[in-house]
Write a protein of this length. Structure first.
Length: 191
């Protein structure tokens, strides 16, 4: 089973993807995690993406699609969870082609619906918790970058809702509920 978790920043995509990895032995493909890893690795690509991510803007389709392409060639286990990918229509088209190339297809797209004011609270809270635990907050987990991330979501990513609805693969869950309740709702969609 291959699924997409779609939603604004802080909707809980990464949280729920982690739970699906545990419960269904699926493989989480988080482009956010891959890009953060690239940032810290000091590679050329890392240097290119660092400023873009910290501002809250989207990294180029070319880079992100390249990262996903590499991962699809490996072990598939219980299927792929695309977490934070696709984020543009071009990425969605590319994903369909990449999956077809490895003999796979998409089974479900789950939209996680959360109000903007709750998103801001969650992200600010995550930043505070990271610092309280003695670490550092994500460079893009601040109100200024979050405004840009939300704008990017509504402008570039939210058109995917109509795109997947038209293909008949979209289901929505209430992302405002508790983490356990959201997990149960996703479980109901996946069966
Ligand atoms: P991501 O890493 O995808 O970050 P995100 O959207 O903030 O994360 P998510 O929705 O997974 O939130 P989480 O579960 O952590 O992207 C970061 C950046 O990378 C982007 O801005 C962009 O620059 C770049 N990028 C990534 N993918 C790209 C692509 N495809 N194309 C171009 N650029 C790309 O949850 C957040 C917080 O809420 C956590 O603290 C969690 O504990 C809490 N929470 C979760 N669920 C909850 C619930 N039900 N109730 C209460 N709290 C909850």
């Amino acid at each position: 089973m291959n699924i997409i978790l779609l939603g604004p920043p802080g909707a809980g995509k990464g949280t729920q993807a982690g739970r699906l990895v545990e419960s269904r032995e699926m493989i989480q493909l988080s482009t956010g995690d891959m890009l953060r890893e690239a940032k810290t690795s000091g590679t050329e690509m890392g240097k290119i993406v660092a400023d873009v991510m910290d501002r809250g803007e989207l990294v180029t389709d070319e880079i992100v699609i390249g990262l996903i392409r590499e991962k699809l060639e490996g072990d598939k286990k219980g299927g792929f969870i695309f977490d934070g990918f696709p984020r543009t229509l071009a990425q969605a088209d590319a994903l369909a082609e990449l999956l077809a190339d490895v003999g796979e297809s998409l089974d479900a797209v789950i939209e996680m619906k959360v109000d903007d004011d709750v998103l801001v609270g969650r992200i600010v809270n995550r930043a505070k918790e990271a610092v309280a635990a003695g670490g550092t907050a994500r460079a893009d987990d601040n109100e200024e970058s979050l405004k840009v991330r939300l704008m990017a979501y509504y402008k570039q990513t939210s058109p995917l809702i109509g795109y997947y609805h038209a293909k008949g693969s979209l289901s929505a869950v209430d992302g405002l509920a508790s983490m356990d309740e959201v997990e149960a709702s996703i479980g109901n969609v996946l069966g």
